[in-house]
Design a protein around this ligand. Structure first.
Ligand code: ZN
Ligand code: ZN
Length: 323
């Protein structure tokens, strides 16, 4: 999968990108209407925060920890650095401050309680993953010591326009060093959009973060595809993976770009991960499954398949696990 022939296959001549294993992500407008028309929005449910210790997280450079802040935002402390995935700590996942999907549960850590962030990885430009407010706040807090931000191809310009520097842009299967880490952008099956004019003009990606003794996969948003079997073959095994378990209904509309809990477990198995954490649920209502359904369905898969529950876990908002 490294030869130049397949390497450029996701680049289209008009300057946009496509997936490797499906061409059906671009839904016709009539399908969008059909979904919106028949939509039964789930009931909002507000989750209880876990107790956490921001002071410990701020001072900690020694213990390895994982904190779920909400949605796809994880704080990982490993090897003396603090990593954030798709940081979204704002009240809405929307271009507008007064409309659009509203946060059900406040972020597990507010921006002011974050430790100094060394590394941020961004999967794609959808509003629930790329949040201008959060990124600006983090950047302002660390003007003299800004985090390095890894983004998929063509997304660097968005940051430069905001005056945010220290951005590394990678294509699928490109890698770059960061301190003692090697960071790889890898293909997943999704799409991109921020305005009516920019559909698939910036790339989407999963990220592999490797350092001595630890290999982590952050999938961003993705449908289920051959990409994960490839990833498993390429890297052999993972210590931890963050895989979405929410955002899947209605299936006829969402299946190509969002896995359900059953498919999330297939990814966990395809990539041979020791542990996985379920993300992308319980924070914003973006799709039609009941808000509390994803972890229940995940549990049902384990019971059926005899997989130990702690192998693919979910966390409370704000919960910290020591790895
Ligand atoms: Zn998305
Ligand atoms: Zn999403």
């Amino acid at each position: 999968i490294h030869d130049t022939d397949t390497k450029m296959k996701h680049h289209l001549s008009e300057g946009s990108f496509k997936n490797r294993y499906t061409n059906t992500i671009n839904k016709p407008f009539s399908d969008v209407i059909k979904w919106a028309w028949n939509r039964t929005k789930p009931e909002p449910i507000h989750f209880q925060h876990a107790d956490n210790d921001p002071q410990f997280l701020k001072e900690n450079r020694e213990h390895r920890t994982l904190t779920w802040i909400g949605h796809s935002t994880l704080l990982i402390q490993y090897g003396g650095i603090n990593i954030l995935t798709d940081p979204h700590l704002s009240p809405r996942a929307s271009p507008l401050s007064f409309a659009g999907p509203k946060r059900l549960t406040p972020p597990g850590l507010p921006v002011d309680d974050l430790p100094k962030i060394d590394l941020i990885i961004i999967s794609h430009n959808h509003y629930d993953h790329l949040d201008r407010l959060t990124l600006e706040k983090i950047y302002e807090r660390q003007l003299n010591n800004p985090p390095q931000i890894f983004v998929p191809l063509k997304l660097k310009e968005w940051f430069l326009d905001l005056g945010i520097k220290n951005v590394t842009e990678l294509d699928w299967n490109e890698s770059e060093k960061f301190g003692k880490w090697l960071i790889h952008a890898v293909p997943v099956q999704h799409w991109s959009w921020r305005t009516p004019w920019d559909r698939n003009k910036t790339l989407w990606a999963g990220w592999v973060l490797e350092t001595k003794g630890f290999r982590f996969f952050f999938s961003g948003d993705t449908g289920y595809s051959q990409d994960f079997e490839n990833l498993g073959k390429q890297f052999g095994q993972f210590d931890l993976a963050a895989i979405p378990i929410g955002g899947y209904e209605p299936r006829w509309f969402m299946k190509d770009s969002h896995v359900n809990p059953e498919e999330a477990v297939l990814i966990h198995q395809d990539i041979n991960s020791r542990y996985s954490v379920g993300i992308h649920w319980g924070t914003f209502i973006l799709t039609d499954e009941p808000v509390e359904e994803p972890p229940k369905r995940l549990l049902a898969v384990f019971e059926k398949a005899g997989i130990p529950e702690e192998e693919f876990f979910v966390m409370k908002h704000g919960e910290t696990k020591v790895l």
